[in-house]
Design a protein around this ligand. Structure first.
Ligand code: SRM
Ligand code: SF4
Length: 567
């Protein structure tokens, strides 16, 4: 239970005195003596969509040379449902080459990150993003983050409607402070105390980050149960009738601290579309008012719910709403991850889902991803859609443009997934980790290709290479690639060593379980090989790998987050 008598954390005091997120960011940016910003400003910067980082590959060498770390900044966009236009793509591509490390990184929450932006270029980059009519407001920090949403455009008009609700949700929870516009876009500050208020958030915003995701069954391609607030669209006779409401999902935990754990959201009822904004507002309001503001490790909504109980939460929600949510409506998830390759919709438009390992768009010797997609953006008349599995949909392509795009894909050696691709490669996720992430304990993005190269022959040998298997890799237990929803997951423990988790549900409805600790990659392959062979021989027809491992009692089924460490 939250200890209300505990002192507030230092982060709360910082938010309180920050003058609505201004702090001394302007002064920090102007200080040419260092590539860093003041420590308090580094925390406030998150609310503006940026993290201070340093190149960890160079850290020791620079320390030896008595140089400060090579500081640079990550910039994360807010981009509801991951949708952007070709014009916006071109502007982001330009900024990536001019100010960042010549790469665009699709995140697990359907947006872009820039890495490696030096302090002197931070303002120009953020201003450039805004010139493309995009922004970075509240993409990080103790606030509602980028709203993720099932966004496959070829499915039905309902998907557009669901996307529109996601946008409204995102807009509703934007901060009201003008700090962002003053600092990055030179809007003049009115003299004296800033006159604005944050009517919803107040001066201290939320106790911790908050995440909303919207899924449209039968597709759980956004991992709806990993969201603090998950909305499951209910479609009856081709019309959106409302949303089932799931609360308290979250992935983050700390190794060896059993008071922290991943947790799946639980469905607490159903609301009409016109109720969804008020329902979200009251739910986030409950977390704002009752979340733990003393211990940040314990400040996510999932802990507020587990401490106080779901019955308490429902009562509090009823009181705030003035009505009770209807009982949840039936729904079934049968699909997860992305469907790769070209698909034609009922209107005759084409959509291409490209599978991009770890979402990293950059030119390499093998594939000119960045250049090729730039050339495509120059002729594309539809839009681009980023997926929560770090992939890209080139959407709404006419028959005429399809052949031109195909020619460009070929010219720039961009692979189009086909039947020869392994199911594990198509669906693998990995977080960024080294060299930019300050919290990484092991490699992730950089180790994924090698891992796949070793797993694919084993799967082929077992006849399981076409089978979709959800593999997730992260460099630490914070869970940025939602690893506890992986049928196989590697979670970084120390350099070159990972905890191996197995057995999550195929459609994101069951957590996995720790199988072995602190393994090297060789040891992981040695552990997985016999399990994959066993799976190839003894699986039931259509049985996913995670379900097979549970049925064979290789790992126990985890029903609740609180049991994650226990069994
Ligand atoms: Fe994350 C922190 C990257 C999705 C849970 N995450 C970080 C930081 C900012 C490290 C830091 O605090 O210094 C990472 C920056 C690395 C870098 O160099 O880019 C980072 N997180 C990412 C991204 C880029 C991973 C990716 O490879 O795509 C994802 C950006 C999403 C976005 O666009 O908004 C990303 N992070 C997630 C997710 C998945 C999701 O939201 O669906 C989770 C688990 C879900 C959840 O929130 O419970 C996640 N990130 C965390 C946590 C643990 C939070 C917790 O409850 O304990 C941290 C650490 C923290 O907040 O203290 C963290
Ligand atoms: Fe960094 Fe850990 Fe997130 Fe990976 S999971 S990006 S290592 S915080």
């Amino acid at each position: 239970m939250t200890n209300t008598t505990s002192p507030l954390s230092e982060d709360e005091a910082l938010k309180q005195r920050s003058r609505y997120l201004r702090g001394s960011i302007v002064e920090s940016l102007a200080d040419a003596a260092t590539g860093a910003v003041a420590a308090d400003d580094a925390k406030l910067l998150k609310f503006h969509g940026s993290y201070q980082q340093d190149d960890r590959d160079l850290r020791n060498e620079r320390q030896r040379q008595k140089l400060e770390p090579l500081h640079s900044f990550l910039i994360r966009l807010r981009m509801t449902g991951g949708v952007c236009t070709p014009e916006q793509w071109l502007q982001l591509d330009k900024l990536a080459r001019k100010y960042a490390n010549a790469s665009l990184r699709i995140t697990t929450r359907q947006t872009f990150q820039f890495h490696g932006v030096y302090k002197r270029n931070l303002k120009a980059t953020i201003a450039g993003i805004n010139h493309a009519l995009l922004n970075t407001i509240g993409a990080c920090g103790d606030i509602n983050r980028n709203v993720v949403c099932h966004n496959n455009p070829y499915l039905s008009p309902v998907h557009q409607e669901v996307y529109d609700w996601s946008r409204r949700l995102s807009d509703l929870f934007l901060p009201k402070t003008r700090a962002y516009y003053e600092i990055w876009l030179d809007e003049k500050q009115i003299a004296g105390t800033p006159p604005e208020e944050e009517p919803f958030y107040g001066k201290t915003f939320l106790p911790r980050k908050f995440k909303i995701g919207v899924a449209v069954p039968p597709y759980n391609d956004i991992d709806v149960f990993a969201q603090d607030l998950g909305l499951i669209a209910i479609v009856e006779q081709d019309a959106l009738v409302g949303f089932n409401v799931s609360v308290g999902g979250g992935m983050g935990m700390t190794h060896s601290d059993t008071s922290t754990y991943p947790r799946l959201g639980e469905v607490v009822g159903f609301c009409l579309p016109e109720q969804v904004l008020a329902v979200a507002e009251q739910i986030i309001g409950i977390q704002r008012d009752f979340g733990d503001r003393s211990v940040r490790k314990h400040a996510r909504f999932k802990y507020t719910l587990d401490d106080r109980g779901i019955a308490w939460f429902k009562g509090e929600l009823d009181t705030r709403l003035g009505y009770t949510l209807e009982p949840a409506r039936p729904y079934v998830f049968t699909e997860s991850g992305d469907r790769a390759g070209w698909v034609k919709d009922k209107q005759g438009q084409w959509h291409l889902t490209l599978s991009i390992l770890s979402g990293r768009i950059k030119d390499t010797e093998e594939t000119a991803w960045l250049t090729g997609l730039r050339k495509i953006a120059k002729i594309h008349e539809g839009d681009f859609r980023l997926t929560a599995s770090q992939n890209l949909i080139i959407a709404n392509v006419s028959k005429h443009k399809k052949s031109k795009i195909q020619a460009l894909l070929k010219e720039y050696r961009i692979p189009v997934p086909d039947d020869h691709w392994s199911g594990i490669r198509l669906h693998a996720l990995s977080c960024v980790a080294l060299p930019t992430c300050g919290l990484a304990m092991a490699e992730s993005e950089r180790s994924l290709p090698g891992l796949l190269d070793r797993l694919e022959p084993i799967l082929k040998q077992a006849g399981m290479d076409r089978q979709t298997i959800h593999l997730r890799v992260t460099g630490c237990p914070n869970g940025c690639a939602r690893p506890y929803l992986g049928e196989i997951a590697l979670v970084g423990k120390s350099p070159g060593r990972y905890n191996l988790y197995l057995g999550a549900g195929f459609t994101g409805e069951r957590l996995n379980k720790l199988y072995k600790e602190s393994l090297t990659e060789d040891e992981i392959i040695a552990e997985l090989k016999p399990l994959i062979e066993h799976y190839g021989k003894d699986r039931l027809d259509g049985e996913p790998f995670g379900d097979f491992l549970i049925r064979q009692k290789i790992v126990p089924e985890v029903k609740f987050g609180r049991e994650f460490h226990a069994l």
